[in-house]
Design a protein around this ligand. Structure first.
Ligand SMILES: Cc1ncc(COP(=O)(O)O)c(C=O)c1O
Length: 398
């Protein structure tokens, strides 16, 4: 018997993913959670998980499907019933009809993005991503060894990326442009003419155009414009969406990609290899949710809008803070530079002094440095308490 200790090695993929690229940004949030566990009264405004319960009819639907035995393997691309429900939704919100053959189901938007990029790109390929960007994107581009070309959206344009900013980031290596509208963290919406012009440009240059639209159902004054509804031709277009935010179903893991059939074909192979299908009863409940969503999506949207308005009113009273009133989504970006140039330091001191946890804007890229992100996924009382504490901190930061 050989007593030599085992020294297993790890793949370069595993090592690339080791250590959170945003560890500094999440440090405040982690500390806030630890303080809470200790019993401290902490207001947590650093998360993006809806505080609403998944509506009861959706839960009942899942339970009843479990009871009748919908607990077996499911096709890799998803249950036809759900693929049809997604296609019907897409047909309702865009001028093009969409069929189930254009839809692939995934366990959440994150997995859909990873699968789509893995099927469309090789290591070393260029991908244009708009900054500020959602913190979930860098680990995916890192895993796939993509060459990231950043296009900056600026605060003087409400963080909305312009056509010229995105085109300027494209070069000969670019194989794919990745958009997020409405955006996390800023709530910025890319308008229809910009989407249409980008779709046309990318088509001419043989470049894929992929859009994460997970906040599509949470726009306030303006209606959401999907990339699919703006593009004149859908051959190079992939739209990704899901139920995590819109239906308060983050823990159910339910997302999808809508794409040309050739893309769906490869996504099917990829899903067979990596997941072998999503749970049947969750897909059944997701189809039910999409087919019956008018009431509860509207109600949640109204409540987020009221929270946004109340938080913005309170921020108006805090000297030295300015903010971007979001057009969509569940976050408010607050410019804290008049108080502290370093957003992470501001967030850390705010937590120590007043027990409020916010996410430093630098987690999303250079464009949002000097800002902090306040999330609206708390009750009105908690949000108002958080605003009062923030006000006290800004009046007396010690
Ligand atoms: C822009 C964006 N895309 C994707 C996700 C992840 O979605 P899911 O939970 O469905 O994986 C989030 C979650 O916060 C997000 O903000």
């Amino acid at each position: 018997m050989n007593n030599k200790p085992f020294h297993g090695t790890f793949s370069s993929l595993a090592l690339r993913l080791d250590g959170d690229v945003n560890a500094r940004a999440w440090a405040v949030h982690e500390r806030a959670l630890a303080m809470r566990r200790r019993g401290d009264n902490v207001v947590l405004l650093s998360i993006g998980d809806p505080d609403f319960r998944t509506p009861d009819p959706i839960i009942d639907n899942a339970v009843s499907h479990m009871r009748v035995g919908r607990t077996h393997y499911s096709p890799a691309l998803g249950e036809l019933n759900l693929r049809r429900a997604v296609a019907d939704y897409e047909t309702r919100v865009s001028p093009y009809s969409c069929s189930a053959e254009n839809v692939a189901i995934f366990p959440g938007v994150t997995n859909a993005i990873y699968s789509v990029l893995a099927c469309l790109l090789n290591a070393g390929d260029g991908i244009v991503i708009v900054e500020p960007q959602y913190v979930g994107y860098p680990p995916i581009t890192k895993a796939l060894q993509l060459k990231v070309q950043l296009a900056c959206a600026h605060s003087n344009n409400a963080f909305t990326p312009g056509y010229d900013d995105i085109i300027a980031a494209i070069n000969d290596d670019t194989r794919l442009v990745f958009l997020n509208t409405p955006a996390n963290p800023t709530g910025a919406i890319i308008d229809k003419s910009t989407l249409a012009a980008l779709a046309d440009y990318c088509l001419q240059r043989n470049i894929w155009l992929v859009c994460d639209e997970v906040y599509s159902m949470f726009t306030y004054e303006k209606k959401h414009v999907s990339l699919r509804s703006a593009a004149a031709c859908l051959d190079n277009i992939v739209v990704i969406d899901g139920l995590s935010k819109s239906h308060a179903m983050s823990g159910w893991r339910m997302g999808w990609a809508v794409a040309p059939e050739s893309v769906i074909h490869h996504l099917g192979n990829f899903s067979t290899m990596s997941m072998f299908g999503c749970p049947q009863f969750i897909q059944d409940a997701a189809a039910f949710a999409l087919n019956n969503d008018e009431y509860y999506v509207n109600e949640m949207r109204d409540r987020y809008a009221k929270r946004r308005d109340a938080v913005c009113r309170r921020l108006d009273d805090v000297p030295g803070l300015s903010y971007l009133r979001p057009e969509a989504g569940m976050f408010v970006m607050v410019d804290v530079r008049a108080h502290c140039a370093d957003d992470t330091e501001f967030a850390s001191r705010l937590l120590d002094a007043q027990g409020v946890s916010v996410l430093p804007g630098s987690a999303f890229g250079q464009a949002t440095e000097g800002h902090v992100r306040l999330s609206l996924v708390q009750t009105m009382d908690v949000l108002m308490d958080g605003c009062s504490r923030l006000q006290r901190f800004c009046s007396d930061p010690t």
